[in-house]
Design a protein around this ligand. Structure first.
Ligand SMILES: [Zn+2]
Length: 251
C-alpha cells in the first residue's frame, strides 16, 4: 500500500475493513482508450485520471480512497483512428453505477469522478443524476483536472485550439505518466476547422468525427509541451480538488 494513501489496488480486504470508517470519499477515475495523435499512447486519458486520483488520495489521507479507473470511455468519435476502443454510453453509465453501488454496499456515501476524457462528460452527468435520484444518503460530483485548472492552461498554452493530444494534455502526461508520451514523434495538430468553427459559436454544437476535426488526431502544438507546464496545471488542479474533497468529506 502506498504510504499514507488509500489506493484500492494496493490494499487487501482486511486493510480496507480496518480503515473503512475513516474513508468518506471514493475517487473514481474515468478515462478512455483512444488515439492521441502521434503524441501519446492510448493510455493518456486513463493515466492522467488515475494518477491524479492517487495524488488526491495521498493529499487528503485518510478521508478518501482512489479506486481503479474505468479505463474505457465513450470514444466513438475517434473510431476512424485504429486502436481506439469505445463503450456505448449505456455501457459506460452502467459500469460507473455498478462501481458506485459496490462501494455504497461497503458503506461509502460520497463519490468523486475524476474524468480524464471530455467525451465522457455527458454520460457522467447522467451518472451523477442517477446517483442523486437512487440514494437518499449519497452524494456525487465530477471534475476534469484540465477544467479545474483552466486558468493555468490558458496562461501556459498559447495555441488557439487545445484540448486533445496538445501541449496541455501531453505536458500533464510528462508530469504524471511519462510512459504515455511519444517523445520522439511529438507533432503539432493538423486541425481542419477554423477557431470559430471549433468553438461552437452561440453554443451551437455539431457532432463531428474526430478525423473531420484534425487529420493527425491532435489539437494544439504538443511540441511545446514541457514538464514545467504539466506540473503547473496538475499541482493547481490537485490543490483545488483536495480542498474540495476535504469539504465534501466533512459535509
Ligand atoms: Zn485525451
Amino acid at each position: 500500500m502506498a504510504e499514507n494513501a488509500f489506493v484500492l489496488f494496493d490494499m487487501s480486504w482486511p486493510e480496507v475493513k480496518e480503515n473503512l470508517s475513516k474513508i468518506k470519499v471514493a475517487i473514481i477515475p474515468t478515462g478512455s482508450c483512444e488515439q492521441h495523435g502521434p503524441n501519446g499512447t492510448f493510455e493518456v486519458d486513463t493515466a492522467r485520471a488515475y494518477e491524479v486520483a492517487k495524488m488526491l488520495a495521498a493529499r487528503t489521507y485518510p478521508v478518501s480512497i482512489a479506486v481503479p479507473p474505468v479505463l474505457y470511455g465513450i470514444s466513438s468519435h475517434h473510431m476512424n483512428f485504429p486502436g481506439t476502443i469505445t463503450m456505448r454510453p449505456e455501457t459506460f453509465i452502467a459500469v460507473c453505477l455498478d462501481v458506485v453501488d459496490s462501494l455504497y454496499q461497503h458503506g461509502v456515501r460520497k463519490f468523486l469522478f475524476i474524468n480524464g476524457h471530455g467525451g465522457n462528460g455527458g454520460a457522467l452527468r447522467v451518472v451523477l443524476s442517477e446517483i442523486r435520484d437512487t440514494y437518499e444518503d449519497a452524494a456525487a460530483a465530477m471534475a476534469a483536472p484540465t477544467q479545474v485548472a483552466s486558468d493555468v492552461v490558458a496562461q501556459k498554452c498559447k495555441s488557439p485550439i487545445t484540448g486533445h493530444a496538445c501541449e496541455s494534455e501531453i505536458s500533464q502526461c510528462m508530469y504524471l505518466a511519462p510512459r504515455a508520451v511519444k517523445q520522439g514523434t511529438l507533432e503539432k495538430g493538423t486541425i481542419r476547422l477554423t477557431v470559430e468553427e471549433y468553438k461552437n459559436p452561440y453554443g451551437i454544437e455539431i457532432a463531428r468525427k474526430w478525423d473531420e476535426v484534425s487529420e493527425n488526431g491532435a489539437l494544439g502544438d504538443a511540441t511545446k509541451s514541457s514538464l514545467e507546464i504539466g506540473e503547473a496545471i496538475i499541482e493547481t488542479a490537485v490543490e483545488r480538488l483536495a480542498a474540495f474533497i476535504r469539504g465534501f468529506a466533512a459535509s
